[in-house]
Design a protein around this ligand. Sequence first.
Ligand code: NAD
Ligand code: UGA
Length: 464
Amino acid sequence: MVIEKICCLGAGYVGGPTCSVIALKCPDIRVTVCDMSVERINQWNSEKLPIYEPGLDEVVQKCRGKNLFFSTDIAKGIREADLIFISVNTPTKLYGNGKGRAADLKYIEGAARMIAELATSNKIVVEKSTVPVKAAEIIMKILRANTKPGVEYQILSNPEFLAEGSAIVDLLEADRVLIGGEDTAEGHEAVKKLCWVYEHWIDTKNILTTNTWSSELSKLAANAFLAQRISSINSLSAVCEATGADVSEVARAVGKDSRIGPKFLEASIGFGGSCFQKDILNLIYLCECLNLPEVAAYWQQVIDLNDYQKTRFTRKVIESLFNTITDKKIAILGFSFKKNTGDTRESPAIHVAKTLLEEGAKLHIYDPKVEHDQIFFELTHPSITSEPELFRKNIQIHNTAYSAIAGTHAIVLCTEWDEFKELDYKKIYDVMMKPAYIFDGRKILDHDSLVNMGFHVQTIGKRL
Ligand code: NAD
Ligand code: UGA
């Protein structure tokens, strides 16, 4: 039965943490995480890992060099492994058929072709990346069309449900592990082998097995449901602001219904992250291809509402500042798409900052974990502006919240980092231009006390 060697193609936010936890929990398995990026692998082998994730450093330190390895030697990794995870990126396609909606499967295809070329013994190939339904068929076709004598493949779907910022806990205490395989004797055998890996630490009742297509669709469905909850509560936040109701109270009352539940009902400036939008677009494209336009339109609304929420919040900032922010200094607190991560992919802060820069504001940005270069990269990228130099001139990045805020007209809080709750706002009020504004896009501050200090405060889903 046993799997002795695992190789993972893709040392990103999923491949790195997932394989580190497998290595931690399965000392009998040798795990090698491979990537084409020399820089990324060097970082995984250094003291400063390429991603910030609470608890990750400790896990890597315990296992690296023992049964966990990070390497650019993809050929060796593939040849030696009994089981190969494909954990490469599957971004939204930026060109051609399905542009802006379909998932770009070029990295998945590239990984499959590498395996086909290099494998010299039987392999279980596991699709861990998030993919459209039937993507496993592509991997299957490539592998089986290039099979060498004596080499057999089984392809499994094993989507990942971890969230950034809580990846290690999510992996250690997964609500469920989902494994899909072919409905054949060999398929069942391969599913059993992957189950055995997870059974090292996950209760068998939480390991769900199903067919490949249900597994692939379940991943898209889970992300679509989660994002839909956020858009639902955000839609109601607009109603609250217009009526005097408080969205936190509404969420509390609604979430008390055990059929609905309290989680994922935090109104915000909109969801970000590399996956929600990408995966819903992917689902929409799938529905369109299946000639299901009503279903596609239903899910499109989740994205439209998210865009509306980001725009609505930014418009409120501009209007409150007398509709003119040219040359006004504005502090942006938080740039990552959520707290406890340095990831900026699809961060709502990008939309807010871009719009304020277009209006001529001078931005002073602080985030505890995002690298300065990354902020410049996001805000001067050709997809954001045709005037990168002008934007660059109007952006200053700071190492503390206090230095970012000094002398500004307004604070725009975009990420819910805990440290923003602990700042000394009395001290901050004194060093700001007056009237001093705070726009709390995450509803984390004590608004009544800020108003008492003299601030003009605006937040999401509550009229102050
Ligand atoms: P990422 O961009 O951080 O990492 C992907 C890595 O794959 C990159 O380092 C890239 O260089 C590497 N790569 C590409 N082709 C390769 C190849 N042929 N061989 C070796 N390496 C190769 O992406 P990610 O955030 O880890 O996401 C990976 C997949 O997991 C995506 O499909 C995503 O939707 C899904 N997912 C992500 C999360 C998350 O929280 N980020 C959670 C669940 C699922
Ligand atoms: C999400 C899912 O939660 C994971 O289960 C999934 O594996 C992952 O996508 C993926 O497929 O990539 P992630 O994007 O890392 O994880 O983070 P979330 O905690 O889901 O937050 C996403 C966005 O929604 C953030 O911008 C967050 O601030 C926002 N959010 C979340 C809200 O605005 N309100 C909420 O109540 C919850």
